[in-house]
Every structure is written in structure tokens, then in C-alpha cells.
Design a protein around this ligand. Structure first.
Ligand SMILES: Cc1ncc(COP(=O)(O)O)c(C=O)c1O
Length: 419
């Protein structure tokens, strides 16, 4: 009996629309008797006679067939020329990418990034001895000024043999600066829309400015997902995801991923993953691929709900401010319309005081008061209850992760809590 080929992704067909791609990619070869879904491969080791470096799989900390279908799927969805890399969590992915910043260089990061990314960046900057600069990522001029300042400050300071990405090779980057090449002055980190303030960065303008000055650009695409935004098409070098959120979509997995079209960057990030060793489990990755199948329909429904809820919140007397890029008067609306295929399903709104915000989050019956986002169920949270949330986030700010429940039920519950 012939064994079905374990290889996945028979359908790298650029003609398919993204909502078909999420259903079709990462499936086993279509031969008689093959599974429709990839099996969960639990092996920790694989047959690898001879040259271990040339084995497709050798040891599951380096690579495993359990990851391949999801990695190929995400690479294709992000319009990368290479498969993605899964990590044990979004923050593990973020830390691996931030670790690429060279000693003596600068990481420019949004003031209102996901607070875990900020905390991680601070810790890695201290250990690796690079500068950390926070900026309002929606203020393009301020970001360019920060790039200029960081570029001047680090000129000549980065050791040439430092193992960092630097401008130069066919991909645009080499894994390590060699004598005679200018080492990278650092990295611009973009999160858009930001968590939880929902500021929208001008990604094409920022990536162009950063590239001109030799900076790597990484984009956290968690809020948008590749269905709404493909940062590599907008000039970014690296895309990062908390797969925990929309991609997996059911609040039952913690997982992260990185995607790039640069061989050298992928190699460096792969090494980082293998050497640190905090890898993803086979079952989590399998669940993430299963979640990905319904990403398009989940997002459609959640976004439609979010648009109406944001409009109603904006008109509600108890609400001081509503931020949602889908609102025509939102400061990020024009940019989001230009670079995204939709506005996502996260809303932030502010009420007068922290106590009022807490009372609302406690009064809801259908919305779940919980942290995280991107699952099918609607979540509500006053963000400043996290001591690590930046002080510039208003005390009365509530973040909503709008799910796929019935719109009238969601609004009735929220309206009652607001009252
Ligand atoms: C935008 C964003 N990026 C990254 C992360 C971190 O992801 P994880 O919790 O999977 O480590 C989060 C978590 O909330 C997030 O909101």
C-alpha cells in the first residue's frame, strides 16, 4: 500500500481569494486514502541518516511536520516567499525578533504597543545594550525624526562583526555584518492598529523612511490579521503574530509566529527559536490551523458587529471617546482605509472614571470580563487594571474584543451595563 505524501500545501495557487486560501492551504496531498487534515505528528525525532543539516526533519526542536502546514499557510497568507516560523507564544516571537537589534543600535517602538512587547523590549535592550525609543506611531514626522536621531546617534557605534541583520544582501539584509559593510542602526517596530489605543501607523511611509536609513522594520499584525493587512507588501521585513488571538480564534491556544521573505532573517530567527528552545507543541499548532479555516467568516461577522457597536458607543452619552478605525471621524480612518481591507473587531472607548469603567466590565452578563482578544466570544476589559499598562492610556479606557454573537444581544448587554 502506498503511503500518502505527508507534504502539505498543494494549493499554492495565487488565483485563489484569501477566504478560499484559509480553507484550502496546509492540507495533505490529494491522493486516495490521504487524510483531509494534516495528522498531529508527535515525534520528537526523525529518521536522518547521514548529513543531519540536510534532513528535512531531524529533531523536533528545530523543525517538525507538526508545524509545517501552519507555517506554510501563514507564509502564503502574508504574501511571503518563505514559510513562517511558529513560536511558543506571541511574546516568544516578539522577543526573538527584538533580539535581532544590535548592541549599540536603537529599537524604536510605539508608546502604546502591547504592554508585553514594551516590557520585553525594555528587558532585552538592557541585556543587549541597545537604546529603546518610544514614539507615537501615528505621528509619521515624529517617527522619522526618531529614526534620524537614532541613525546619527548609532553611526559608527555598532561593532562590525555583531551578529545582526544589516543592509546589503540580495534579500536586503545579511545575517551578520561583515567588515566593510555598514551594520544596521536598529529596528523600527510597528504595531497597527495599536493595542489598546487603536492608533493607525502609516506603514508605507514609515517602512520607506526606515529602509532609507538602514533600519529593519517589523510589524505586529495581530489585530489586523493577514486578511486585513499584509505588511510585507507595504515594505516591512518581518511580520509578527500572536496566533493566540484571531488566527487560532477560539481562546484555547497560546502561540506565536514570525514571517519574513528574507532567507537570512528567517535563518537567524530559526536559530533563535532552536537555541532558546521555547517551542510550540504539535497540538497547539494543529488547533491554530483548524482555527485558521474559519478566519474569514469569523472576521466578517466580528467586524460587522464591531462597526455597529462602535457607532452606537460614539453616540452614547456615557462615552467620552470611542476609537475604532471604521468610524469615519476616527483619526486613523483614512490610513486604515488606504492600507487595510477592513477595520478589525477591536474597539476602545473611554468613560469618565476608572470606577465607572470597572463597574461596566462587572455589570455585563454576555460579554466576558477577561483579558486577551480575537476569540469567537466577546471580551471586555479596563486596560489600566494592568499595572504595566502605560500611564498615557486613560484610566477609564475599556477595550472590547467584539466576537461573533448576535449583534442585538451584544448591544443590549453593553447598553444595560453602560446605564
Ligand atoms: C498585539 C499583541 N501582540 C502580541 C501579544 C502577545 O501574544 P501572546 O499572548 O500570544 O504571547 C499580544 C497579547 O495580548 C497582543 O495583543
Amino acid at each position: 500500500m502506498t503511503q500518502p505524501e505527508p507534504a502539505s500545501s498543494p494549493t499554492r495557487n495565487p488565483g485563489f481569494a484569501p477566504d478560499t486560501v484559509v480553507v484550502e492551504i496546509g492540507r495533505p496531498q490529494r491522493v486516495d486514502g490521504a487524510s483531509v487534515n494534516p495528522p498531529i505528528d508527535l515525534s520528537s525525532t526523525f529518521v536522518s541518516a547521514g548529513d543531519i543539516l540536510n534532513s528535512p526533519y531531524a529533531y523536533a526542536r528545530f523543525d517538525t511536520p507538526a508545524w509545517t502546514p501552519f507555517e506554510e499557510a501563514l507564509g502564503q497568507l502574508e504574501h511571503a516567499s518563505l514559510p513562517g516560523l511558529v513560536f511558543g507564544s506571541g511574546l516568544a516571537a516578539i522577543s526573538a525578533v527584538i533580539s535581532l537589534v544590535p548592541a549599540g543600535g536603537t529599537l524604536i517602538i510605539p508608546t502604546h504597543s502591547y504592554q508585553g512587547a514594551l516590557a520585553s523590549a525594555e528587558q532585552i535592550a538592557g541585556r543587549q545594550n541597545f537604546d529603546l525609543v518610544t514614539v507615537d506611531i501615528a505621528d509619521t514626522e515624529a517617527v522619522i525624526a526618531a529614526l534620524d536621531e537614532a541613525g546619527h546617534a548609532t553611526a559608527g557605534q555598532v561593532p562590525e562583526e555583531e551578529t545582526v541583520a544589516s543592509a546589503g544582501d540580495a534579500d536586503g539584509w545579511t545575517a551578520s555584518a561583515t567588515a566593510g559593510e555598514a551594520a544596521s542602526p536598529g529596528m523600527l517596530w510597528i504595531e497597527t492598529p495599536t493595542n489598546p489605543m487603536l492608533e493607525v501607523a502609516d506603514v508605507p511611509a514609515l517602512t520607506a523612511a526606515a529602509k532609507d536609513r538602514g533600519f529593519l522594520v517589523s510589524v505586529d499584525n495581530t489585530f489586523a490579521t493577514p486578511l486585513l493587512q499584509t505588511p510585507l507588501d507595504l515594505g516591512a521585513d518581518i511580520v509578527v503574530h500572536s496566533v493566540t488571538k484571531y488566527l487560532a480564534g477560539h481562546s484555547d491556544v497560546v502561540l506565536g509566529a514570525v514571517v519574513t521573505s528574507s532567507d537570512s532573517l528567517r535563518e537567524e530567527l530559526h536559530t533563535e527559536r532552536s537555541m532558546r528552545g521555547g517551542i510550540a507543541g504539535p497540538f497547539e499548532v494543529w488547533l491554530a490551523l483548524r482555527g485558521l479555516r474559519t478566519l474569514a467568516v469569523r472576521l466578517d461577522r466580528a467586524q460587522a458587529n464591531a462597526q455597529v457597536i462602535a457607532e452606537r458607543l460614539a453616540a452614547h452619552p456615557a462615552v467620552v471617546e470611542t476609537r475604532y478605525p471604521g468610524l469615519p471621524n476616527d483619526p486613523g480612518h483614512a490610513r486604515a482605509s488606504a492600507q487595510m481591507n477592513g477595520f478589525g473587531a477591536i474597539i476602545s472607548f473611554t468613560v469618565a472614571t476608572a470606577d465607572k469603567a470597572t463597574a461596566i466590565a462587572e455589570a455585563v452578563r454576555l460579554w466576558t470580563p477577561a483579558t486577551s482578544l480575537g476569540g469567537v466570544e466577546s471580551l471586555i476589559e479596563r486596560r489600566r487594571r494592568h499595572p504595566s499598562e502605560p500611564a498615557t492610556v486613560p484610566e477609564g479606557l475599556i477595550r472590547l474584543s467584539v466576537g461573533i454573537e448576535n449583534l442585538d444581544d451584544l448591544w443590549a448587554d453593553l447598553e444595560a451595563a453602560l446605564a
